[in-house]
Design a protein around this ligand. Sequence first.
Ligand code: ADP
Ligand code: MG
Length: 382
Amino acid sequence: MTRDVLLPGATLGVMGGGQLGRMFVHAAQRMGYFTAVLDPDADSPAGRVSHHHIRSDYLDPQGLEQLAAKAQAITTEFENVPAAALEQLARQRPVAPGAAAVAIAQDRAKEKAHFMKCGVACAPHAVIETPQQLAAVADNLLPGILKTSRLGYDGKGQQRVATREELAAAWDVMKRVPCVLEKMLPLAYECSVVVARGQDGAMVSLPVQRNLHRGGILAITEVYDANVPAAAAQQAVASARAVAEGLGYVGVLCIEFFVLGDGSLVVNEMAPRPHNSGHWSIEGSDVSQFELQVRTLAGLPLTQPRALGPSIMLNLLGDIWFRNGGEQVPPWADVLALSGTHLHLYGKTSARVGRKMGHLTVTGASLEQVRSTARRCAELLG
Ligand code: ADP
Ligand code: MG
């Protein structure tokens, strides 16, 4: 849909009230937009900072009606927004990304099929939706990881399996919902790239991010010159662009990759929205992933982002509230006494082990300095 540019003063809507929505709202408001968030939770991180918060279920036609009445264009902050909700909104307002792209990203089997269609290599895998498909799994996919096709995140909905017996048992535990079995790959490291594509097809990308996961959850992202070899970085950006192009995508898209021992890249998954591994860009880049989301939604021009220096992002999980037995506030003042630390807390009402409560970005003049500050932060919080 070609349409007019929405200038500051317009209202931008977002489906979902989590931390990604909150940071989108912050970016939009900084630029002079009004914001409307739809989320059922009265205490949602984004709902609490938005000009308008529509408390309704994602599929409630009246709630969607209210969002479309308030907002001139609508985006989404988590990929499990029902496609039907985006379709209803799209009948009244521009919606970016579109329902079709979000539906593909919601389903690992469809997502992998799309990667292959775009000529982007993914891990050897098999779709398991029937007992026949389970029986037909090739031996070379084991050991592997059985992942539910839908609704997995932060390592949830996954089970490592070494034998056919373990595979069958794991599928039973998952109540035989549609799954993908992926071969377990020997990872040298992981990286991701955030691209933004405008309504006119113009694309820009953030620098490639190098990521460390712990227990299936992102723990650390590092961005600095040559954090990944140039050939891998080029391939990551080219792959992400091909995937976005193939979807006719409008908005911010993150693609995660595995890098194998020989330096080759295998795509892992995509997120049709800003991503945890791009949070460093709020302070570390001249244009953040959330500003890119605002620009693509409003139809503003995109400029190629530039890293301002090295950055390291540390995720703050609920675990650090429970370090010494009882619940206690982490030592924020000590962390903020170190220069170059930028604290983000998402305003979640209660800390829980494994829950993403916030993140900390460390910026500085040199990689050595940023690394040593990040290490000190980890000691203070660990
Ligand atoms: P989620 O949707 O929960 O983020 P992912 O599929 O990205 O799930 O898996 C989470 C993490 O588990 C990955 O970032 C990676 O560290 C590890 N992992 C996932 N699939 C594989 C694989 N095929 N081989 C090796 N490690 C994997
Ligand atoms: Mg992942």
